[in-house]
Design a protein around this ligand. Sequence first.
Ligand SMILES: Nc1ncnc2c1ncn2[C@@H]1O[C@H](COP(=O)(O)OP(=O)(O)OP(=O)(O)O)[C@@H](O)[C@H]1O
Length: 195
Amino acid sequence: MQKLGCVNVSKVFKGDGVETFALEKINTCFVEGELVAIVGPSGSGKSTLLSLIGALDVPSEGEIIYRNESIHKYSQNRLADFRFEHIGFIFQQFHLLPALTALENVMSPLFSRKVSCNKKGRAESLLSQVGLADKLHALPSQLSGGQQQRVAIARALVHEPSWLLADEPTGNLDTDTGELIFVFNVCDNTTIVFE
Ligand SMILES: Nc1ncnc2c1ncn2[C@@H]1O[C@H](COP(=O)(O)OP(=O)(O)OP(=O)(O)O)[C@@H](O)[C@H]1O
């Protein structure tokens, strides 16, 4: 079983002479195949923890460990490869590219990558699975919040990550669609860590 976790991790944000301690000496470990929910009050550091274990940010102190290896010291290129190979990330604010259609947004993680699959076919299939087969060519501005979130979910899955990190992934979805997303991924044996 592969493990992803952190050892004595702290994160301090510094700005305008103010230091914010978002995380202090956190130790945690997630195991492949698990479905894990991170819960806590607003501002307690859940998003910060997800961005650290997803290699989107680096800790101020401590180590992020994957397969017994410290990954937080990787070069930027190696971190990008790590994210592409292992991590799907669903952002709280979606972060869709406004000038790209739903289909192009879902394909975007594959743009500069050599993959053996049919990129367009895989993106179309995922959009269809999240119920957006009729919105392939819509821009984000032409989609509702829940539809944008479904595009973001499809984009997070397009490179078939073994870990899906989701920051409030179904907050804009109705209950049925939210449940569908989780059943769909659990069946695929993807580890899901979500807030
Ligand atoms: N880029 C940043 N610069 C400065 N402070 C930050 C930054 N990002 C987060 N923080 C602070 O770190 C703390 C943890 O924030 P974080 O977003 O991780 O909380 P959260 O538990 O995900 O909150 P929520 O449930 O409201 O989304 C908060 O006090 C927040 O103000």
